[in-house]
Structure formats: C-alpha cells, structure tokens
Design a protein around this ligand. Structure first.
Ligand code: SAM
Length: 203
C-alpha cells in the first residue's frame, strides 16, 4: 500500500471517531504518538493526562477558554473541546482560507477564524489562554504576542532531541519586548514534545 492509501485509511478512522464523538477512541488511533501518517492531521497526539494538564491551567488561572493560533485542521482543538466541554470554548485561528476551503485540504474539525493583520487586540480575548501547537513562524508569533492583552500562553513543541523544529520552541521562545516566565510544563507521553505554560511578567 502506498502512503496516500495509508493516509486515506487513517483519515477514515479519524472521521469515524469524530462522527461518533468518540475522542477517547481517537486518542487510541495513535497510542504511542509514533505513527508518522498521523502528522498529516496533527503533530502532537495527546494523552488524557495532557488534556487534564491544560484543563487544570484554565481553572488555575480562571480563564474562560482557549484561542489556538495555527490550529491546522483543528483536530487537537476538537479533542480538547470534547474533553473540556462547552464551558470552555476552544477557538482555532488559521491563515490562507482559500487553501483550507480547497479540495486539497484535510477535513476541518473545528470552525476556523481567519484574522486580518494587524490583529485587533480585542480579537485575542484577554480572559483566554493563547495556545501555539507546533507553530512555525517566529515573526507572526511576536505579532500575536504584541496584540495579546491576556497573560497566559501555552506553547506545544519539541524539546531537545525530538528531531523536529518549531518557532517558538517550548523552552526557548522569543517573545520580543514583552516578558513571560515559564510557569510549568508537561511532556506529551514520552515523545520529547512538551506543553509549556508561560505567564506574563507584570511590572
Ligand atoms: C506545523 S502546522 C501545525 C498545525 C497544528 N497546530 C498541529 O499541531 O498539527 C502550523 C500551522 O500554522 C499555520 N500558520 C502559519 N502562520 C500563521 C499565522 N500567521 N496565523 C495563524 N496560523 C498560521 C499554518 O497554516 C499551519 O497550519
């Protein structure tokens, strides 16, 4: 079987879980997070512990939801939304609407927001956590950070030795002129990918 056929089979398995609202079964499609076919849909295949870690941060910092920048097809965000329930909305932001609406795109698992730049700071709600999962544009990251008036950011990406690259990296983010401190982190299973939580330093 060639890679495209394997991707198609995997996609159908994802879609079956999605249609059945079965996020636990969806997590089980890639239990070791080592299936390279899965990267086409999502870079980080979380554990229930990882979802709980993020849920705890929302409650700890009294935030009302999550804004995920560069959400791709939104599979991580859909899983997270199922886990959190409607009390904590998860919003997905992307660029290149034409591509995402083309026949080449993955199916979308959440509704996309396509911001116009420069971003209106009211759009990035202060009472939400700003999430970057495998984001890969350092300049755009700084632009989002400059526009964000909230104070909690989560970066998911590779630690040392993982062999992949993101910008920002979870432990060496370049925030620019605004200072954030690392608050806590958790590894995604044993993958060397990490969920890192940052808090804005208030003067
Ligand atoms: C490597 S993918 C990660 C997708 C998904 N978060 C995941 O973990 O599988 C990075 C995504 O960021 C999006 N992106 C790039 N620049 C962006 C920007 N300025 N604003 C929002 N999304 C952006 C890309 O379109 C792409 O879908």
């Amino acid at each position: 079987m060639d890679i495209e056929q394997l991707e198609e089979i995997f996609k159908q398995e994802i879609l079956t879980c999605y249609k059945n609202n079965d996020w636990r079964e969806l997590l089980n499609l890639n239990p070791q997070s080592n299936n390279k076919i899965a990267y086409k849909f999502l870079w980080v295949w979380p554990s229930v512990d990882n979802l709980e870690f993020i849920a705890r941060k929302l409650k700890q910092f009294s935030k009302k939801g999550i804004i995920s920048i560069g959400c791709g097809c939104g599979l991580f965000e859909w899983i997270l939304q199922q886990y959190l329930g409607s009390e904590f909305p998860v919003h997905g932001y992307e660029v290149n609407e034409t591509w995402w609406k083309s026949r080449y795109s993955n199916p979308l698992f959440i509704t996309h927001h396509y911001p116009s730049f420069p971003i209106d700071s009211k759009e990035l709600k202060q009472d939400h956590i700003l999430l970057f999962c495998y984001f890969n544009d350092g300049d755009a990251f700084k632009h989002y950070i400059d526009s964000f008036t909230g104070n909690v950011i989560i970066i998911i990406g590779p630690g040392d030795g993982r062999g992949t690259h993101t910008n920002p990296e979870p432990f060496r983010p370049r925030f620019g002129r605004i200072q954030y401190d690392l608050h806590s982190y958790q590894e995604v299973k044993n993958t060397k990918d990490y969920i890192a939580v940052y808090i804005k330093v208030e003067y």
